[in-house]
Write a protein that binds this ligand. Structure first.
Ligand code: IFM
Length: 442
């Protein structure tokens, strides 16, 4: 079975991970610039100041995408390039970069998919309370309206936020991402504010980008799966499932307008402040729901109840993530159920990090990444055959890039980047994906 006609095959990146040029054309500081300077924050002590130099090399990167036959490019717009202070004065040179990028993509026959925020919060707004203050929803709406107004004549596909779970929990409770905090309460308050910002951003995009605009969001998921098929492990996973934060704090409110009761109960006194109208604002009708999928979370029956564990035999990636295409299949079928097939599902990120070696022939034979992609694309196909309304698949990522707290020691690209010379080499996985696109399937 081939994929549906007009299935969207794309690749994804984000601004801070690839652009570099952090001090150019009036860009303001982002809290990632500050966080990277903090001792111990980034494993290899690096930062995104040069990254893949995409800010200057974007024509070369567009040409690579064209060569691979890529139909759609999901990139993010850096808020501090457009509004260096987060609000107020527009930096037109920053906007012009995205104008040139979009024009270049269209010329190459590649459809732009813009994400408005992929974590690089302007430092000026972090200083005013960042995701802890309700005001951020209005700041975000204003920023969204500007970008949508300026690019909306050519960009027709928009994502408000990338992975609000990471903005809330990874940044404010787990402390692995900027600003590196450890507060249960702040994480849950931030989660609520990301939903308000999302809701207002959807409205702002629709009001500013024109009637052709399709608007969604890119949520991350890590489905909970029983580690064995035994009755007790399956029951343990079922018991844990209502506590799934990815659905409980994000997908459920966005799709249905309420938080999963179990996550609110678990939050207790750390639950966010919710005002009248907030949940309706969060649940704007969307044109698509984006799902970023990499791995699953395994659950076993422990002595005192369900426990999180590791699968004993399944392959793991360089991120130490289990390879599990079945998890993607299950996620798509669940989203199909939750949306009742009414909202197309886009896989806005999928891919993984493995060690790559340049062989004597000058090529990168990244067989494990090829197999990862093959397995997951097959899982998508199976979900479609079983009725899931999946319209798009974006590989994370076009290029090796700055993997946040892990620095440059992870490699997600279809294209290898030599950071010393900025030379790009298309990996075997890139050529594999080229064939998938050309044949509209495997
Ligand atoms: O690199 C990240 C990306 O920024 C968001 N989704 C997950 C990727 C891999 O960790």
């Amino acid at each position: 079975m081939a994929f549906p006609k007009n299935f969207i095959w794309g690749v994804a990146t984000s601004a801070y991970q690839i652009e570099g040029a952090v001090n150019e054309d009036g860009r303001g500081r982002s809290w990632w610039d500050e966080f990277c300077a903090r001792p111990g924050a980034i494993q290899d002590k690096s930062d995104g100041s040069a990254a893949c130099d995409h800010y200057h090399r974007y024509p070369e990167d567009i040409a690579l995408m064209k060569q691979l036959g890529i139909k759609a490019y999901r990139f993010s717009v850096a808020w501090p390039r457009i509004l260096p202070d987060g609000t107020g004065k527009i930096e037109w040179r920053g906007l012009d970069f995205y104008n040139r990028l979009v024009d270049g993509l269209l010329e190459a026959g590649i459809t732009p998919y813009a994400t408005l925020h992929h974590w690089d919060l302007p430092s000026a707004l972090a200083a005013k309370g960042g995701w802890q203050t309700r005001e951020i929803a209005d700041w975000y709406a204003d920023y969204s309206a500007i970008v949508a107004r300026e690019l909306g004549d050519r960009v027709h596909n928009w994502m408000t936020l990338n992975e609000p779970w990471c903005i809330a929990f990874l940044s404010h409770e787990i402390g692995e991402h900027a600003p590196g905090l450890h507060s249960r309460k702040m994480a849950r308050q931030a989660a609520h504010h990301t939903l308000l910002a999302h809701g207002k951003s959807v409205q702002a995009i629709r009001a500013s980008a024109g009637s052709a605009a399709k608007v969604g969001i890119a949520l991350n998921f890590e489905p909970m799966m029983a580690v064995t098929k035994s009755k007790k492990d399956v029951a343990a996973a079922a018991q844990m499932n209502p506590l799934d934060q990815f659905f409980g704090w994000f997908a459920t409110p966005i799709l249905h307008g309420y938080y999963e009761p179990a996550v609110l109960e678990e939050a207790g006194a750390d639950a966010p402040e919710i005002k009248a109208g907030d949940m309706a604002l969060a649940a704007q009708k969307l044109d698509f729901i984006g799902a970023n999928y990499y791995t699953v979370s395994r659950v076993k029956a422990g002595k005192a109840g369900p426990e999180v564990t590791k699968h004993p035999t399944n392959e793991r990636t360089l991120m130490d993530w289990e390879v599990c295409p079945d998890g993607l299949y299950g996620l798509l079928m669940r989203l199909q159920k939750e949306t009742r097939g009414q909202t197309p599902i886009y896989i806005t990120e999928n891919g993984n990090s493995f060690v790559d070696v340049v062989s004597a022939d000058g090529r990168v034979h990244d067989e494990r990444r090829v197999e990862y992609l093959r397995g997951h694309i097959n899982a998508v196909q199976k979900a479609i055959a079983d009725g899931a309304n999946v319209g798009a698949y974006f590989v994370w990522s076009l290029l090796d890039n700055f993997e946040w707290a892990r620095g440059y020691q992870q490699f997600f690209g279809l294209v290898k980047v030599d950071y010393a010379t900025q030379k790009r080499i298309i990996k075997d996985s890139g050529y594999f994906y080229q064939k998938v696109i050309a044949g509209n399937g495997i």
